[in-house]
Design a protein around this ligand. Structure first.
Ligand code: PLP
Length: 808
């Protein structure tokens, strides 16, 4: 059954009038002086009123039904631009377009004025954004909780091939989507002492407090049926100014509290290489966790009156361990403020929380130095000791071995004592999920081996997903129109129906239309890159795309070394029937991650040489697109022919870029890692290019002593590629720039590039051969688009809702 469209909007003239009214009376500009961002603000304001009506209706309906709410706590929400998302889910895109036309304003031009909200870093943050959209679309009452960063993630510029980090000033022109809620403010404390008072009750007296204030952004679901809230916390000082100090002439010192609170919300992931950086990060995590838990408890008491029914009415999901301190914070509120006994508080807590693990990499598992933790959060430290005592008693009853007990403990006793946030999140939750089938299996065997023995029913899998509304409907309208022409528009409301496209996979006329859409998207991307970077690309060449955070485990370097090997081969035999291709890279490196930054530089060094080599011409181009973000992804993904998902097996928890690309008809070249395994199951072995060692082979290699030097010496292509990198072929200005990088590959190669290199190159040449058979390629591309509906975040959220949150 197709859902009814929302009531038709005003006719274009009436809407145009509303936009002009907003421009004049709310922005203070007239039509003559208005600049594109003024038009953007006026258009959003004109439509926003309708969204607000839906928003209040949604909140009232949930209240009236006494519905259970989902709370999604995440340090990141990589939401991108909101205009097209909100307007298209409200079903007003075309009305707005024509209203603006009557004013001679181009919707596409003002749309591009909207900055990407700089509130996330990568896949984990984008997952949170897709989840918020699916929650609203599935009409589940939900709140996202996070931080309203003033600058957030840095903006990446490339200077002479190197990454430079600049502050992202996304709030400079104001933000028409958000509402400050001064009335929703909470005090968050740090430091001080926690001791029993005369009645024997523990009392925490913090040394310092800041005020967390809510900023709410509406999240519009599909067809505008429900609007949920993304609630982001900002920080204010309790005393913004010490007037006495100010008047005495200490103008800076008088404002120190303001600066201190503002530091909390400046950036996402402040560099944690210094003790001050680590402390700031822990403060951020506690700040947003405490404000969110206080808000959830306050709402529960207001609506339901009795704190003991919290698990029936609230499901709190921890997106990774960043909000794990919430477990101790809820315990603190239940025991110290609501006077519940420990055991009862613990029962409520475990029933309320779920925790999603996102990584197995040991260096990415959060832990805090115990002295720091104790100094900043003395009461929480006591609570964590009490939880630990209880858990270790249970553990000892099961298995008394030291190794087992050590693996369970919330305190890491190896070397400097540290608080382990993953263990806290695990014991404090009734559900612990991984994000792809392989990842969940590995979780049971590795990080949570001991905890899984103690609580064998807690770990479950919820394979990630992406919202097809943003990643297909909005970003690839031509493909959507072609699909509607072929199978009708039923898939817009029931996405499983997109599978009907499979019937046309072999249809030559449909194939031609399908590849015409792809070509159009490639022309659009080529035009964008010509305009923004000055590169000239042939849209008929194969667009080979690797876009994601730059990290050694994701192995951009493997792709780059294969590119160099191909370059060498083309130069030796330019007369051969090479497949013209463009290697497109994009991604940010963490600011303190030297090797990742060196890989960006190498990519640009290779690009500079290859792109200007007359022998190679259009056969090979290399492009590094600066400042990868959601909006860049929306242009690149519909234009991709080949999707690079080549992480060392066992290291990528899921990936979601892989899903977006396959849904848009790119074929995947990938290892059996993360969700690639499930993509292969859905699209079929013949429609994906799998290569490389499996996760268990990687493990075995590591255990049996991995010898990269021998592998490199046995591969003529790899040896030659590394020789040219080491000898400075790509770095005449600094020939030793990559000596250490090459040295590390010969001597350790932790990410096992050498083990997979030859197989990867062979598979790339298979890709080339397949590309030469245009019809067979397009058939596979159609099958990919048709078979990806299982990777909709609607499916993922339905599973969370049924199995973990129990809200449907
Ligand atoms: C989807 C997405 C990611 C995640 O990509 P992976 O390939 O899964 O690492 C990162 N950044 C942005 C902007 C995205 O849209």
């Amino acid at each position: 059954m197709a859902a009814p469209n929302p009531p038709a909007l005003d006719n274009p003239e009436v809407l145009a009038e509303k936009i002009v009214d907003a421009l004049i009376y709310r922005i203070g500009k007239d039509q003559k002086t208005a600049r594109p961002h003024d038009w953007l603000a006026a258009t959003v304001l004109a439509i926003r009123d309708r969204i607000i009506d839906k928003w209040f209706a949604s909140t009232r309906a949930a209240h009236k039904a006494g519905a259970k709410r989902v709370y999604y706590l995440s340090l990141e929400f990589l939401i991108g631009r909101l205009l097209r998302d909100a307007f298209s889910n409200m079903g007003v895109m075309e009305e707005v377009r024509s209203a603006l036309q009557t004013l001679e304003v181009d919707l596409e031009i003002i749309r591009e004025q909207e900055p990407d909200a700089a509130l996330g870093n990568g896949g984990l943050g984008r997952l949170a954004a897709c989840f918020m959209e699916s929650l609203a679309s599935l009409e589940i009452p939900a709140y996202g909780y996070g931080i309203r960063y003033l600058n957030g993630m840095f903006r990446q510029r490339i200077d002479d091939g190197w990454q430079v980090e600049l502050p992202e000033n996304w709030l400079d022109h104001g933000n028409p989507w958000e509402f400050e809620r001064r009335e929703s403010s909470y005090k968050v404390g740090f430091g001080g002492e926690a001791a029993a008072d005369e009645t024997g009750m523990i009392k925490w007296v913090p040394a310092e407090q800041v005020i967390a204030t809510a900023f709410d952004t509406p999240v519009v679901g599909w067809r505008g049926k429900r609007v949920n809230t993304l609630r982001l916390w900002s920080a204010y000082p309790i005393d913004p100014i010490r007037l006495d100090a100010f008047n005495a002439g200490d103008h800076i010192g008088a404002l120190v509290a303001k600066n201190r609170s503002e530091a909390l919300i400046r950036v996402l992931y402040p560099a944690d290489s210094s003790p001050a950086g680590q402390e700031l990060r822990l403060r951020q995590e506690y700040f947003f966790s405490s404000a969110s838990i206080q808000d959830i408890v306050r709402r529960h008491i207001q609506y339901f009156g009795d704190i003991k029914t919290l698990p029936d009415k609230a499901a709190i999901q921890l997106n990774d361990t960043h909000p794990a301190i919430s477990v101790a914070e809820l315990m603190r509120l239940l025991i110290d403020i609501h006077n519940l006994p420990f055991a009862e508080a613990w029962d409520i807590t475990v029933k309320t929380f779920g925790y999603t693990n996102h990584t197995l990499l040991p260096e990415a598992l959060e832990s805090w130095s115990l002295p720091l933790f104790e100094r900043l959060l003395p009461r929480h430290m006591q609570i964590i000791y009490a939880i630990n005592a209880k858990i270790l008693r249970e553990a000892r009853a099961k298995n008394d071995s030291d190794e087992f007990i050590r693996s369970i403990s919330l305190i890491d006793e190896n070397g400097e004592r540290r608080v382990r946030m993953a263990n806290l999140a695990f014991v404090g939750s009734h559900s612990i999920n991984g994000v792809a089938a392989l990842h969940t299996d590995l979780m049971k065997e590795t990080v949570f081996h001991g905890l899984h023995q103690l609580y064998p029913n807690r770990i479950n899998n919820k394979t990630n997903g992406i919202t097809q509304r943003r990643w297909l409907f909005q970003s690839n309208p031509d493909l959507v129109n072609l699909a509607k022409e072929a199978i009708g528009d039923g898939f817009m409301d029931d996405f499983s129906k997109i599978a009907e496209l499979g019937k046309f996979a072999k249809d030559k006329a449909f194939q031609e239309k399908f590849s015409a859409v792809k070509l159009k998207n490639k022309i659009r991307l080529a035009e964008h890159l010509r305009r923004t970077m000055g590169v000239k690309l042939d849209p008929h060449s194969l667009f080979d795309v690797q876009i994601k955070r730059i990290h050694e485990y994701k192995r951009q370097l493997l792709n780059l070394l294969e590119t160099i090997a191909l370059y060498d081969q083309i130069r030796s035999h330019p007369e051969k029937n090479w497949v013209p291709q463009v290697k497109i890279f994009a991604g940010k490196a963490a600011s303190s991650y030297t090797r990742a930054k060196q890989i960006i530089k190498l990519t640009n060094d290779v690009a500079r040489r290859v792109n200007f080599d007359p022998v190679v011409g259009d056969l090979l181009k290399v492009v590094f697109v600066p400042n990868y973000n959601v909006s860049q992804a929306e242009i690149i993904i519909p234009a991709a022919d080949l999707s690079e998902q080549i992480s060392t097996a066992g290291m990528e928890a899921s990936g979601t870029g892989n899903m977006k690309l396959a849904m848009n008809g790119a074929l995947t070249i990938g290892t059996l890692d993360g969700a690639n395994v499930e993509i292969k199951d859905n699209v079929g072995d013949d429609n994906i290019f799998i290569f490389g060692k499996t996760a268990s082979e990687v493990l075995e290699l590591r255990q049996n002593g991995y010898n990269p030097r021998e592998l490199i010496e046995n591969s003529a292509e790899l040896t030659q590629a590394l020789n040219s990198v080491a000898s400075g072929v790509f770095a005449h200005d600094d020939p030793n720039r990559y000596s250490d990088l090459v040295h590390d590959l010969y001597n350790s190669d932790y990410f096992m590039l050498a083990a997979d290199f030859d197989d990867y190159c062979d598979t790339q040449r298979k890709v080339d051969n397949q590309w030469l058979d245009k019809s067979a390629w397009t058939e596979k591309a159609i099958i990919n688009s048709a078979n990806m509906s299982w990777f909709s975040s609607d499916r993922t959220i339905s599973e969370y809702a049924k199995d973990i949150w129990r809200v449907i």
